[in-house]
Write a protein that binds this ligand. Sequence first.
Ligand SMILES: NC(=O)c1ccc[n+]([C@@H]2O[C@H](COP(=O)([O-])OP(=O)(O)OC[C@H]3O[C@@H](n4cnc5c(N)ncnc54)[C@H](OP(=O)(O)O)[C@@H]3O)[C@@H](O)[C@H]2O)c1
Length: 274
Amino acid sequence: MAGIIDKMVKIIDGKGIADSLCYSLSENVKYLKKRYSVFPCLKVILVGKNPASKVYVRNKQKKAESIGISSETISLPSDISEDEIVQIIHKLNSDSSVNGILVQLPLPNHMNTNRIINVINVIKDVDGFHDENVGKLVKGEKNCLIPCTPQGALYLIKTIEQSIAGKDAVVIGRSNIVGKPMFHLLLQENCTVTILHSRSKDLAYYCSNADIVVAAVGKAHFVQSGWIKNGAIVIDVGINSREGDTRLVGDVDFEAVKTKASAITPEGGTKGSP
Ligand SMILES: NC(=O)c1ccc[n+]([C@@H]2O[C@H](COP(=O)([O-])OP(=O)(O)OC[C@H]3O[C@@H](n4cnc5c(N)ncnc54)[C@H](OP(=O)(O)O)[C@@H]3O)[C@@H](O)[C@H]2O)c1
C-alpha cells in the first residue's frame, strides 16, 4: 500500500523550479541592460567570519552573477563599529549604480541589527527586512520587497495548486525571517492560516487539519507523519545538521511524511554544500 501511495506523492523539484525561474530572470536582466541600459548590481555586507554566512554569501553572489547581476561582497572585521557600517550603507544608498543592498545576518552580538537594517534605502532592501517593507507586507500592499525564503515557499506551493484560497494552512515557526512573512503571504492568498510556535499546544491537532503545512522550526525531523492529513502539501524550510551525520536534514521526517502528503519538498544536501 505504501508503494502505491509513494507513486502518488509529488516530490517538489525545487532545484528545477529555481533553474527555470533563474533562466527567466536572466532574460529580464538582459532586457533591462539592452533596453534601459540598467546594469543591476548587488552589494552584500558580510561582517566577521561566520562559516555558514560565508557559504550563504558566496552562493548568493554566484547565483546573482549567473543571471547577469553583478555582485560584490564587502567583507568587514567583526570588531567594526555599528557607526562605520551605517556610513558604508549610506554611501551605497546614494550610489546610483547600486540597486540592491544585503546585510548578511546574524551580525555580531554588539550590534543593533534593527538599526543597521533600517538604514538601508527601502527600495534597495533586497532581503525585505526593513520596517517599511515589513509593514507593507503586513498591510497587504503590493509594492514591497518580500523575504526570499517564504516567497520561495509560496512559489513552490503555487506550482502544485495555483489557487489556494480557502485552504487551511499551518506555519510552524514565527521568526521574522520565515514564519511571520509566510503567515502574511498565505493570508494574502486567502488561506485560513494558523501559526504555531514553541508555546503552542497540540501541534499535531492543528497540522492534522491543514491542507498546507510549512515547517520552519529548525529541529531535525520534528514534523511526523501522524500529524499530516492525507493529501496535504508539505513544505520543509528547515536546514539542520546532526552530530555525526554529514547530510543536512529538514524539519520534516521526509520518508514517513511523503506517504501521507500529496506534494512535499525533498530534504538533502551535505554540510557546507551550496
Ligand atoms: N531554506 C532556506 O532558505 C532557509 C532560510 C532561513 C532559514 N532556514 C531554516 O529554517 C529553519 C527555521 O529558521 P528560522 O530562522 O525561522 O529559525 P528561528 O528563528 O530559530 O525560529 C524557529 C521557530 O520555531 C519555533 N519553535 C522552536 N521549537 C518549537 C517547538 N518545539 N514547537 C513549535 N515551534 C517551535 C520557535 O518558536 P518561538 O518563537 O516560540 O521560539 C521559532 O518561532 C532553520 O532550520 C533554518 O536553518 C532555511
